[in-house]
Design a protein around this ligand. Structure first.
Ligand SMILES: Nc1nc2c(ncn2[C@@H]2O[C@H](COP(=O)(O)OP(=O)(O)O)[C@@H](O)[C@H]2O)c(=O)[nH]1
Ligand SMILES: [Mg+2]
Length: 336
């Protein structure tokens, strides 16, 4: 059986906020409980049943879910993506909430016993109200943390399901043809657009050749500026390279549709400086629309700027040169 990935595992986890849970708890509090006739001290059983109902609800929506979250082995990549979404210390938050809400176990036990031995309806009812007040106040005081964890879970559940396979991350400036390439050579069908910055998330595709299966990741475009000046969309591309890439396909738009060769090469050297030259393969794209002289010029410019590295001339749009790239990549994968 195949192991589920983290995004799949959290897809059925919902961490509700205080208001939602309060409403449900109050509904249980005011619902009718049937106790068979002739039972002595019926009132005690009624309020015990209500405590049980509230407790099993809270166990289901909080304690079980938090336990489940805290047991997930979180990979660095997913943690970074959560951080980019604005939620830091995710693991600590989950554990803190778990510890804090565990008091619900204790309170439920305690009040169940108190109600059981209460001397009359009035006392049982007062104890029950106290119980409800106390559990709700624990939850209310955790509401901010709960909403952070909920946000993180939503971010996680929307992430692609990465497997432990050789992975190519496609990077470059906006409009260089990354999505076109990934759509052309893999199972993914990312959006291609005439405007910069349409890819907002990392998108996963697979390339299957015979027995070999590769992952390929389309990323949002990155501009040539320092990491701390990148916006959150661009940061995702960096993080994908950092944690997922065995190989980076760096696309250069030889046509310079939006960005000059100079700025594209500056980004290329940033990436090489950050991640090393060994992972990087350069694809000079859009050769269908530029002269052979221009291609030669681009190659020279790359060599002068960053030195020697694997270079291919392709047209992602027309499928020119792509087979050669894939064949060479497969050789690399098979020999590594
Ligand atoms: N002429 C030409 N245009 C291309 C090629 N590859 C992509 N494009 C065009 O470049 C634009 C941006 O493509 P897209 O794949 O969205 O770029 P991304 O922003 O890097 O993902 C689109 O209009 C594509 O049709 C190519 O090989 N030749
Ligand atoms: Mg794109």
């Amino acid at each position: 059986m195949e192991e589920e990935c983290i995004p799949e595992k959290v897809r059925n986890v919902s961490i509700y906020g205080f208001e939602h849970v309060r409403e449900h708890v109050l509904k249980i509090s005011s619902s009718n409980v049937r106790i068979s006739k002739g039972v002595r001290r019926k009132y005690a059983f009624i309020y015990m049943a209500k405590i049980d109902g509230i407790y099993s609800y809270l166990r289901r929506v909080y304690l079980n879910n938090l336990e489940k979250l805290s047991k997930l082995p979180m990979e660095e990549f997913y943690l970074e993506v959560i951080k980019i979404a604005g939620i830091d210390n995710y693991v600590e938050r989950v554990n803190k909430l778990r510890r804090r809400l565990r008091i619900i176990d204790k309170l439920s036990d305690q009040y169940r016993v108190k109600v059981k031995y209460s001397s009359d309806v009035k006392e049982a009812k007062a104890l029950f109200r106290e119980y409800v007040g106390r559990v709700l106040s624990v939850i209310r005081r955790s509401d901010e943390e709960l909403s952070k964890v909920r946000e993180a879970v939503i971010v996680l559940s929307k992430m692609p399901c990465f497997e432990d396979l050789p992975t190519i991350v496609v990077a470059g400036m906006p409009q260089t043809g990354k999505s076109t390439l990934v759509g052309r050579i893999s199972s993914a069908k990312p959006k291609v657009s005439q405007f910069p910055f349409t890819t907002k998330d990392v998108i996963l595709g697979h390339i299957v050749v015979g027995e070999v299966k590769l992952q390929i990741v389309d990323t949002p475009g990155i501009l040539d500026r320092p990491f701390n000046e990148l916006n959150t969309i661009e940061q995702k591309a960096y993080v994908a390279i950092k944690y997922l890439a065995d190989l980076v396909f760096f696309l250069i738009d030889a046509l310079e549709t939006y960005y000059s060769l100079q700025s594209q090469l500056k980004l290329l050297s940033n990436i090489i400086n950050e991640f090393g030259i060994n992972k990087v393969v350069v694809l000079i794209n859009k050769i269908d629309s530029v002269s052979p002289e221009k291609i030669k010029y681009v190659k020279e410019l790359i060599f002068r700027n960053v030195g020697e590295l694997p270079l291919y001339s392709v047209s992602a749009l027309h499928g020119i040169g792509l087979q050669e790239v894939i064949n060479d990549i497969l050789k690399r994968v098979n020999t590594s």
